[in-house]
Design a protein around this ligand. Sequence first.
Ligand SMILES: [Zn+2]
Length: 332
Amino acid sequence: MKETRRVSVWYRAGSLLSGLLACAVCLAATGTNAAAAKAKPAAGTQRLPASHLETRLAAAAAAYERAPVNARVDRVWHAVPGLAGWRLDQPASERATQQAHDGKLHCEWKMVPPEVRLSSLPAEPIYRGPSEERSVALMFNVSWGEAYLPSLLDTLRKEHVQATFFLDGAWVRKHPELAKDIAQSGHVIGSHGTGHPDFRKLGAAELSRQVDGTNQIIEHVVHRRVILLAPPAGSYDQRTVERARQAGMYTILWSDDSVDWMRPSPDRLVERVMANVHPGALVLMHPTDPTARALPQLIHRLRAAGYTFRTVDDVVNERPAIHPPAVLSETS
Ligand SMILES: [Zn+2]
């Protein structure tokens, strides 16, 4: 992903040293000509502490580096996944910038995983992502409603949003082509069990059949490993969570319920989701008529409120939705 940023970003870079300010002035005066900029010290300021390129990289690091966030067990939210941070690889960025020789800053970012990972926490369900990033995950539980799926997929494609679909094994058997369509559109596929069981009421053998058997059905059709389990109606117990973990899976609940199965008007649906949304929210929906009609507006509203989108796969793997810019240009 390549982006460019205006020079004003340098002024927003938190605690700027006077040397960095001098650098920004210098850049503004000389445009993209880095060599000329280097040769021209800004009058009345102290000598730059490092080379011009190093100074620019330091400013990029100050603006975009993020510390990783540790995963944790919360009394209310159970397991809250962490979030990888970003560190600027200064030597690699220096080399890339010198090689490109286009006056732009070419940044090489390294993802820094949290010290405490979700995978190292005890088996607990997940209701939400961490609040440190303004992102949400759109989730669809699919046991019915195939009539509305093409419209939902169409909206997600137009809006460039990747969502997470929890598929019922019985539904996948009936609609393998639709299941494939969902997977091939780049969305994440999870398990919703088979036949909408109440996971709390299952004996050990049936629980295993639900966890492993549903995965086999889904994996046979979409050829992807399933690592997410959304128990129907959010009904689970500790056995469910531990059995899922044994299968290498996370148990997924939600923190923002559209309650779309009650067939509200699209406007009402959007208002309900927006009223409860928060950074890290997992938003629960189903393929229904109001959801299909509300989805474009919902995505626009979330974007207008500053949210980006990531999948539940990203959430449990602690991958940020927001990547720092690969290219910075002070003139574009
Ligand atoms: Zn369901």
